[in-house]
Ligand binder design. Structure first.
Ligand SMILES: O=C(O)CCC(=O)C(=O)O
Ligand SMILES: [Fe+2]
Length: 349
């Protein structure tokens, strides 16, 4: 489906405005732009990123996603995600709420470790539609996404007053949950259904590309979900739980969800491409108070409950595994399973 054939996001629906950050300016060390990024990451935790240079790679990812999701179900299920995160997740495998309502989105997660090891296999195998496009599409998209998220991480490292390279070291040199995700939600979903239930992202940074509306955030202090409007060529970036924890809550991992696209857009399939940067598996998730007075000061001001929420005493691997596992309907015992699947949202979900 050419992008131009898709209906516009309706003009009569309120949206949550995000700050627009220019990646080229960030890369050139522009102070004003870095301040804008900091403001976005410490308030809502979401921002648009323009001039990121990944648009052509993203277009190819949309093609790869369509080729993959169009495979017969039997073929996709050969690559089912059996635990951690990598592989195929069929629509309806995860709950969207405590009642156990099934999700409506299917997706395929491709481990960064497999992409960087190609043509060797590091973590698992994938459908031929992925293998065939590894060199032309997936390696370029993942390489570019890593580069972008590294620039963002280095800025956060400096603004948090951490010794140079601290955050970078926590994200490289070992296997991790970093992954590229291609997502499809069907067209004509009834209003009120959720393609993806409310969640905070599990890792550190997400680099998201979508074309239709449907992504919503619940901003702090607000009771109503608000749409984030897709803007052509602009990525939607956000902070996840791991970075919220490492920063002692200074960086915000905000809750979000995916509902049917609004207005005339609802009649179209909804596709997204994401790259998730996550700490390496063995990293203990906790505020880096020993390494930054800014972080230790922020942690000192938290309530006991907030401090506990940011200090789960588990590794990055266990954090992703638990959240993923407890959202799966096959592991659901009752509403308590959903309640136990939460992240750093401090009861907001
Ligand atoms: O598809 C989208 O717009 C958002 C997807 C998302 O939140 C996720 O995969 O974590
Ligand atoms: Fe998300």
């Amino acid at each position: 489906m050419p992008v131009t054939a898709l209906p516009e996001f309706p003009t009569n629906i309120p949206t949550h405005p995000l700050l627009i950050v220019d990646y080229e300016l960030l890369k050139n060390g522009d102070e004003t732009e870095m301040d804008k990024l900091w403001k976005a990451a410490t308030s809502l935790g979401f921002w648009y990123l323009k001039n990121h240079g990944a648009n052509e790679d993203v277009e190819k990812m949309f093609d790869m996603g369509a080729e993959t999701m169009n495979l017969p179900m039997e073929e996709k299920m050969k690559y089912e995600d059996e635990g951690f995160s990598f592989g195929y997740k069929f629509a309806g495998a995860s709950a969207v709420d405590a009642s156990g309502e099934p999700d409506k989105a299917e997706y395929l997660n491709i481990a960064k470790d497999d992409v960087l090891a190609w043509p060797k296999q590091a973590r698992r195998s994938y459908p031929y539609t992925v293998n065939n496009r590894m060199e032309s599409t997936i390696i370029p998209f993942v390489t570019k996404s890593i580069e972008v998220n590294n620039v963002l991480l280095a800025i956060f490292n400096s603004k948090l007053g951490l010794p140079e390279g601290t955050l970078c070291k926590l994200h490289f040199g070992e296997y991790s949950g970093c992954e590229a995700r291609t997502i499809k939600a069907p067209k004509n979903l009834p209003v009120g259904k959720q393609a993806i239930g409310a969640h905070t992202d599990f890792g550190s940074l997400s680099f998201l590309h979508n074309r239709l509306g449907g992504l919503q955030v619940l901003p702090p202090g607000v009771e109503e979900w608000q749409y984030v409007k897709p803007v052509p060529g602009h990525a939607i970036c956000n902070v996840g739980d791991a970075l919220a924890m490492l920063s002692g809550g200074i960086l915000r991992s905000n809750i979000h969800r995916v509902v049917p696209p609004p207005g005339a857009q609802a009649a179209f399939e909804r596709w997204s491409q994401v790259f998730f940067t996550r700490p390496v598996n063995s990293v203990m998730l906790r505020p880096l108070s020993d390494e930054s007075s800014l972080i230790s000061e922020a942690v000192r001001k938290l309530s006991d409950e907030q401090r506990e929420a940011l200090t789960p005493r588990v590794t990055a691997y266990d954090w992703v595994s638990r959240r993923k596992k407890l959202r799966m309907i096959k592991n659901r015992a009752g509403p308590e399973t959903w309640m136990a699947s939460g992240g750093t949202e401090l009861g907001r979900a």
